[in-house]
Design a protein around this ligand. Structure first.
Ligand SMILES: Cc1ncc(C[n+]2csc(CCOP(=O)(O)OP(=O)(O)O)c2C)c(N)n1
Length: 282
């Protein structure tokens, strides 16, 4: 285990970026670890991979990886990722984003890239708040939660990001938490292997932001909250129907998987068709 961690660090991490900016108990570093393990296990060519991100703690991740990356503007990671993919469809594109970056300011890019089914992997680190700027309410903050901009409790209904992704047309959608490392690595592997818009939401603690405001500043207690408040699809399916109907916990697992035409394949077909028609006209 230790040797594997050392090898992965030496192979993929920019050492000069250490120590990281992340607070104690933050889940963002774990997501970096899980992503690199997934990349390593499937043998993805890191020299043919571009990591894109917007702005936020989660969006810092490309900077730690010894590979090409675009750390762009708030909410625009998916727009840049689409540009990379259109410029060179042979490249693998992985986006790191936060709930604020992706579902707030970047919400429109998210739903339309999912609808078009552009081939990329989106790893959304959902910590239920705008972590980097000091813990403001985000589109995923639960009702009643305190934040620096909802000091009397949030009254807005949050997005369920996975349902949003499925509704927008993403062919692969999974949700996990920090407490399921092996499952999260496997989900990232499946997402990278998906030919199309693959979405992995990772519920991650933010003890300094959302945690401090909601009596979860203590990192182990914060991690425990995720354990207590999530249930796997398998465990849910095993419940009797009455008990299942009463479930209030967040469901984790692969939530959607289907085959559908990928955007750039459609584009190539269109170009070929127009070229053939052009030749016939001559
Ligand atoms: C156009 C614009 N608006 C606002 C900001 C300020 N800003 C920087 S990061 C951030 C929130 C990031 O939240 P999230 O995406 O959830 O990431 P986290 O820090 O929680 O990982 C905001 C509002 C900005 N940089 N640019």
């Amino acid at each position: 285990m230790f040797n594997q961690a050392k090898r992965i660090r030496e192979k993929y991490i920019r050492d000069e970026m250490w120590p990281s900016i992340f607070c104690t108990g933050c889940g963002v570093g774990n997501v970096l670890n899980y992503t690199l393990r997934a990349i390593d296990s499937i043998g993805l060519d890191i020299d043919r991979t571009v990591f894109c991100s917007g702005i936020g703690c989660s969006s810092r991740l490309p900077g730690y990886i010894d590979a090409d990356g675009l750390h762009t503007t708030h909410g625009r990671a998916i727009a840049f990722a689409t540009g990379v993919k259109v410029y060179n469809p042979e490249l693998s594109v992985i986006v790191f984003t936060g709930d604020g970056d992706m579902a707030g300011i970047g919400g429109n890019h998210f739903i339309h890239a999912a609808r078009r089914n552009v081939d990329m992997t989106i790893i959304c680190i959902n910590n239920n708040n705008y972590g980097m700027t000091g813990g403001q309410v985000s589109p995923t903050t639960p009702v009643g939660d305190l934040s620096t901009t909802t000091p009397h409790g949030n009254i807005e209904q949050p997005f369920d990001l996975c349902r949003l992704a499925i509704g927008a047309g993403a062919p692969f959608v999974a949700r996990w938490t920090m407490g399921f490392p092996y499952e999260t690595v496997a989900a990232i592997e499946s997402a990278i292997r998906t030919k199309g818009f693959a979405f992995v939401e990772i519920l991650a603690p933010c003890p300094t932001g959302a945690g401090k405001a909601n009596d979860l500043a203590d990192a182990p207690a914060n991690w425990d909250w995720y354990k207590k408040n999530t249930i796997t699809r398998m465990d849910l399916a095993a419940m009797d129907p009455e008990e299942r109907a009463l479930n209030q916990k967040i469901i984790v697992g692969t939530l959607w998987q289907e085959d559908k035409p990928e955007y750039l394949e459609g584009w190539r077909d269109l170009v070929r068709r127009l070229q053939n028609e052009g030749e016939q006209d001559v």
